[in-house]
Ligand binder design. Structure first.
Ligand SMILES: *[C@@H]1O[C@H](CO)[C@@H](O)[C@H](O)[C@H]1NC(C)=O
Ligand SMILES: *[C@@H]1O[C@H](CO)[C@@H](O)[C@H](O)[C@H]1NC(C)=O
Ligand SMILES: *[C@@H]1O[C@H](CO)[C@@H](O)[C@H](O)[C@H]1NC(C)=O
Ligand SMILES: *[C@@H]1O[C@H](CO)[C@@H](O)[C@H](O)[C@H]1NC(C)=O
Length: 521
């Protein structure tokens, strides 16, 4: 099923809901990893729902729409709700909802209501009333109260990710003739978050791993996306976001400074190399079909992001005992960053799945562009998988194009196979698995692990996220400047939602053939 929803005439950008063509028959499912992934995706969705209050079986004491990071209450205690993890989970659920899983409506609407309230909670980070400072608070108790203990705060990625998740839902509402709900229930929450991003993006904060207080590439990347799509969304709800427009080019400008020439440095400051999974997460979370293999926004198939994928994955090859004997060019166990000491430093499920997802995104884009370009920057990445690779552009009718895509696909599947190998037989995924023995470690049933699996599964099946961005999104100002802008902070009051959100009223559907090729099997 394919659908194109046109934006308002004043807006040049557009939203596509793209579904892959269904595989011709069940017997194309001969790959054991493919079979496992399809089954595991169903389990993953069930387990994510188990982590959402109050009806999820592991989140009974959590409020409606509150998403716990994990049911684990000790060693480690993740029985809290993080703004970041929750936003990432809801973004995935919104995608599934947009693609037909209507039953997720309740969790999504409850999430919007819960966030409107959480935004008003005063915490050690501050409050909404004092220039939105409270929005930088990273986590809350499951009954929606401030967490008063010491923590790495503020964290500036949370509001940006929440804005992105809510905009995805808001766009669906607008596209399905529920514009009043987008305006009255979604936009006021989004506006606070966009105001926060515009005001504080150029201040240091804690990174997504909650360890480094500095400037983080991941944070900048999700902030850039939020302001770009926030500006478009504002116009769709008949408002405007001048502060989005003034700040987003400067964030993109700043992002360029993290490129080292061979990999993306995760953050400035500290003694680490900066080789870090968060840069892959940034790339897959900023994926948009509108940007092709653009280097400036570090798209998954960009030469920069592919070179980065190699430097990142190679940094673990000799680090973990589990990787012994795995040849260059084959998937290896990967963790957050090579210097990691949390639980003594181990592979994480969500990082292996991110390594796979980036490559599925790349395959999809090359198919769509009907060509693939190898540059001096990405050459080493390709040579690992296809020894004969040389710098050049290969169109889709060539054997080189086809062979490289098959090799990339097999390499990506290799990362999924590693996850399969170390998942519990009942499908449970914790946060990490032991770098020597492969047994599960740290928080059980981690929401983010399941979300990563659902995303990798969608991308592998050519189910792509709605594009974000607008023409000219990749143009960088000639000079990067330290800057900030002030928006609007106001308590969001959501009105009651309808019991059922009807789909598709007044939506024109058009077939989009160019955007929906299934990756080569
Ligand atoms: C908000 O920030 C502005 C500019 O930095 C400052 O003048 C003002 O006092 C702040 N207001 C509050 C309530 O913190
Ligand atoms: C603020 O932006 C300037 C210009 O891009 C950059 O040099 C500086 O490092 C940034 N500071 C922070 C904390 O983001
Ligand atoms: C290697 O590349 C050369 C030159 O592009 C080509 O003629 C040859 O067929 C390639 N070999 C393989 C195995 O793809
Ligand atoms: C899956 O199995 C593990 C290990 O036996 C167990 O701890 C966990 O509770 C199970 N998960 C579920 C959701 O049943």
């Amino acid at each position: 099923m394919l659908c194109l929803h046109a934006w308002g005439s004043a807006v040049l950008a557009f939203v596509l809901c793209v579904h892959g063509e269904p595989s011709s028959s069940k017997d194309t499912l001969v790959n054991p990893t493919e079979n496992w992934l399809a089954d595991e995706a169903e389990i993953a969705l069930e387990r994510v729902l188990s982590n959402i209050g109050p009806n999820g079986q592991y989140a009974r004491s959590a409020g409606p729409g509150i998403i716990i990071a994990s049911p684990s209450t000790e060693n480690p205690d993740y029985y809290y709700t993080w703004t970041r993890d929750s936003a990432l989970a809801i973004k995935t659920l919104v995608e599934l909802f947009c693609n037909g899983k209507s039953s997720l409506q309740t969790q999504i609407m409850n999430y919007v209501d819960a966030q409107a309230i959480l935004q008003t909670v005063s915490s050690p980070s501050g409050s909404l009333a004092s220039n939105g400072t409270g929005l930088g608070e990273p986590k809350f108790t499951v009954d929606g109260k401030a967490f008063m203990g010491g923590w790495g705060r503020p964290q500036h990625d949370g509001p940006a990710l929440r804005a992105t998740a809510l905009i995805a839902f808001g766009n669906w509402l607008l596209n399905n003739n529920h514009g009043h709900l987008a305006r009255h229930n979604v936009w006021p929450v989004v506006r606070n978050d966009l105001s926060y991003v515009a005001q504080y993006w150029n201040k240091t904060g804690y990174d997504l791993w909650e360890e480094t207080g500095s400037s983080s590439f991941y944070t900048a990347s999700v902030q850039h996306r939020a302001l770009v799509e926030g500006e478009v969304f504002a116009r769709r709800v008949r408002d405007s976001c001048v502060y989005c427009k003034s700040q987003s080019p400067q964030i993109l400008c700043f992002m360029q400074s993290f490129w080292t020439g061979s990999y993306i440095r995760a953050s400035f400051g500290g003694s680490r190399s900066g080789v870090d999974a968060s840069t892959l997460l940034a790339s897959i979370q900023s994926f948009t079909l509108m940007a092709g293999c653009d280097d400036v926004t570090f798209q998954p198939c960009s030469p920069r992001a592919l070179a980065n994928h190699k430097v990142y994955t190679d940094s673990f090859r000799s680090l973990y005992a589990l990787n012994q004997g795995i040849a260059q060019g084959s998937a290896v166990h990967v963790g957050r960053y090579p210097e990691d000491v949390y639980y003594d430093g181990n592979p994480w499920y969500l990082t292996a799945l991110a390594a796979a997802e980036q490559l599925y995104d790349a395959i999809y884009t090359w198919n769509r562009l009907r060509s693939l370009t190898i540059t001096a920057v990405s050459l080493a990445f390709f040579q690992d998988l296809y020894a004969n690779a040389t710098v050049g552009t290969y169109i889709s009718s060539t054997a080189t194009f086809k062979n490289i895509l098959l090799a990339v696909r097999a390499y990506a599947d290799g990362y999924v196979a590693l996850v399969q190998m170390h998942a519990v037989t009942n499908g449970s995924l914790s946060e990490q698995y032991d770098k020597t023995f492969g047994t599960q470690l740290s928080a059980r049933d981690l929401t983010w692990s399941y979300m990563a699996l659902l995303n990798a599964n969608m991308r592998r099946n050519a189910v792509m996220p709605p594009p974000w961005g607008s023409p000219g999104v990749s143009s960088i100002p000639s000079v990067c400047v330290a800057t900030s802008a002030t928006g609007t902070y106001a308590i969001a009051h959501t009105s009651p939602w309808p019991a059922t959100l009807t789909r598709g009223i007044g939506v024109s559907k058009a077939k989009v053939t160019a955007g929906a090729q299934r990756p080569l099997l």
